[in-house]
Write a protein that binds this ligand. Structure first.
Ligand code: HEM
Length: 213
């Protein structure tokens, strides 16, 4: 087998396994944010439960390591397959992947900085302050919204390339479109919940440091 093809194959396998691992966290993480529809207390209570698992030093080190592997292998794959992105879903896969890579770098970097440098509890309020303060929300609403849509877009593209069979008469292409649409709905639900129906949430003063206050 040609060396580059072998390298691409191994890289794809690594990217696939790290992707599946991250997906478990992201699905729980997004469920956590969706709980904000019920209220801030419920969101924080659910996060406290999840943190018992992902804040475990071994689990968190593994998660952060896997995030790094995902970003590096994804960028390498995008570069190695440059010019091979033929077809709508291949393009969706590459562009959503590039956005997720950039988002993860900034997002995880911000969370770690918030925790270790600003000494903040990076809970609901840490995620919500930018979404609830004008003009920062002009950046944060599309920034978070696109991240959720990109995540589902990436999954829908993988589904399109891997899935072979129709389900109850629904074609693979339609299944992929449904996954993408679910992403759009999830993004709207989460943004609605975290902004109290776009009416704004009161944020404790210590988080003002995030918006230069
Ligand atoms: C509205 C959308 C989102 C908001 C408001 C948000 C907010 C947060 C917050 C507040 C934390 C800190 C959690 C903690 O301290 O326990 C966090 C961590 C994290 N988020 Fe998000 N997030 C969002 C979407 C996403 C998406 C789409 C991804 C992945 C594609 C993601 C990946 C991560 C990762 C990897 C961590 C680090 C977990 C750790 O502490 O080890 N987030 N996020």
């Amino acid at each position: 087998m040609d060396e580059p093809f072998f390298v691409i194959k191994v890289m794809k396998r690594i990217h696939y396994i790290s992707g599946l691992t991250i997906t478990i966290f992201v699905v729980l993480h997004l469920c956590n944010h969706a709980v904000s529809l019920v209220g801030v207390e419920s969101h924080i209570a659910f996060m406290d439960k999840l943190r018992l698992v992902y804040r475990n030093p071994i689990v968190e080190t593994l998660l952060l390591g896997v995030v790094l592997v995902q970003i590096i292998s994804g960028l390498k794959l995008a570069i190695m397959q440059k010019g091979l992105a033929v077809g709508f879903y291949k393009k969706i896969q590459i562009w959503s992947g590039l956005y997720i890579a950039m988002f993860l770098l900034i997002h995880v970097g911000a969370v770690l900085m918030g925790r270790y440098i600003l000494q903040l509890d990076t809970n609901f309020y840490f995620g919500a302050i930018g979404l609830n303060t004008f003009p920062f929300n002009l950046f944060f609403i599309p920034y978070y919204g696109l991240a959720i849509v990109a995540f589902f877009g990436h999954v829908s593209a993988i589904h399109f390339h891997k899935m072979r069979s129709t389900i109850l008469g629904v074609s693979v292409e339609q299944q992929s479109r449904i996954i993408f649409l679910i992403g759009v709905v999830v993004a709207i639900v989460i943004l609605y919940g975290m902004t109290n129906g776009f009416n704004g949430v009161e944020i404790p003063e210590e988080y003002n440091i995030m918006i230069g206050g």
